[in-house]
Design a protein around this ligand. Sequence first.
Ligand code: NAD
Length: 507
Amino acid sequence: MTVKVDVQMFPLFINGKWEPASSQETFDVYNPADGKLVAKVAKGTVADVDRAVQAARDAFDKSDWKDMNPKDRANVLYAISYQIAEHAEELAYLEAISSGGTVRRIGQSDILQMVDLFQTLANFTRGYPFSETLPVPPFPGPAHNFIWREPIGVCAAITPWNLPMVIATWKIAPALAMGNTVVIKPASYTPLSTLRLAELISNVVPPGVINVVTGPGAEIGEALVRHPKVDKVAFTGSTEVGRRIMGLAADTIKKTTLELGGKSPNIILEDADLNIALPGSLFGVFLHSGQLCESGTRLFVPDKLHDQVVAGLVALASKLKLGNPLDPATDVGPIISKKQKESVLSYIEAGKLEGATLVCGGKEVKVPGCEEGHYIEPTIFTNVTNDMKIAQEEIFGPVLSVIRYSDVDEAIRMANDTIYGLAAGIWTRDVNKAYDVARKLQAGVVWINDWHMLRSDAPFGGYKQSGIGREMGKQSLDAYTQTKHVHTSMSPELERKNWYGILFGQN
Ligand code: NAD
């Protein structure tokens, strides 16, 4: 990477301009890889939320942004994708130094996904049914009927620290595609890439269409969710905060989409090809140190294959290289913070106390040159039962629980025995068997012989307490519109409107 490592100052981004927080205060952002200060960021207040929402409100109500034709809007989305591609290195750097994601992953996957999402939604926007004509109904009489799909208005986006840029685009791209305006509140560990992304987007959209307010979730996030001039909330984060947001949004009946936590089951069937199932399962759980919501954290293994699978997993996991995410040779980067590291270590202790067997990792690591960073070895537990805390609660760290099963129905029952339903996976050589299992799994996405394969044109979201609504795909466009039914009577003469007799009787 060639970008400078100086401590940077990031104000709020409101109405197309950088603005200090009304409090004039800032908060510090540290690199989780080495504990060094990398940025000072404006600590927004409720007054700043008001300013940002008003800017977004005015851009929606007073400019012609919402009325732009679909072809021009698709061109805007393409222009944003080019901005991202042109500034890929800088964005990847900002993301890596704050989230701890490896530049290998961000460069080879995240940036490409973001570019692809804007382009895919641009293509969908061109053909989107903004207006549909209904057939003439038999009752109440001849009429033209349209269904119009219109933007919702001001959308608040609240995002987590694990994949800050990618998840921001899951909200920004469909919101802009449908003519809405956005106020985004990134997580306080990782606001940098979102702020720069908003500035890049503002190069091609009118002022006020995209705004960023940074600051504490309980203050800034809640102020956005409560705000009477905000029409929709799109939240990604923990199920716990998701519950709170759903409650707060109820006061103003805001349209709400929630992408929440997971404890995703991964089932190896007896006929699986272990040459792909083993690296695939580790890819599914240790990518980004296990800090991905759809990580496959519970691995169900048939009795017959158990020892072979465990030996293979341990051999592969022990080879993973922990290191500085800016080093392209690094496989696994740090945990986001000291607090999160301690939380993950406490789950590892809980696993041991509950009687699970630690067969790999389990300890904090001091990476040379990054001694103040927060690293944990890729960790594997065997002898886990599905009722243990490590099998039921989202750890959000590099911890895999291996759970034995004797028949597939038992594996499916345990796989579904969780409050979550985000993702699931199956490894088998028999695709018909895979479909049968996939139908029975309660999850928003099921991967067969793969993991983490999210696509811009496919919806992503959770069953059960993993969320409400879908992001990406055509479905995400629906989530940023509201429908209006317009009826035009084709029978203007009073005598033909015999249905008025329902009220007027004999008169
Ligand atoms: P979090 O719930 O603690 O915070 C998410 C965001 O909400 C942050 O911006 C935070 O500042 C804000 N926030 C916190 N309290 C708030 C409140 N009371 N009102 C409004 N906003 C508030 O989550 P996190 O720790 O940043 O991220 C990890 C979690 O996110 C995990 O549970 C993970 O599974 C989930 N996640 C889900 C998906 C998905 O698509 N389903 C994707 C990534 C992460």
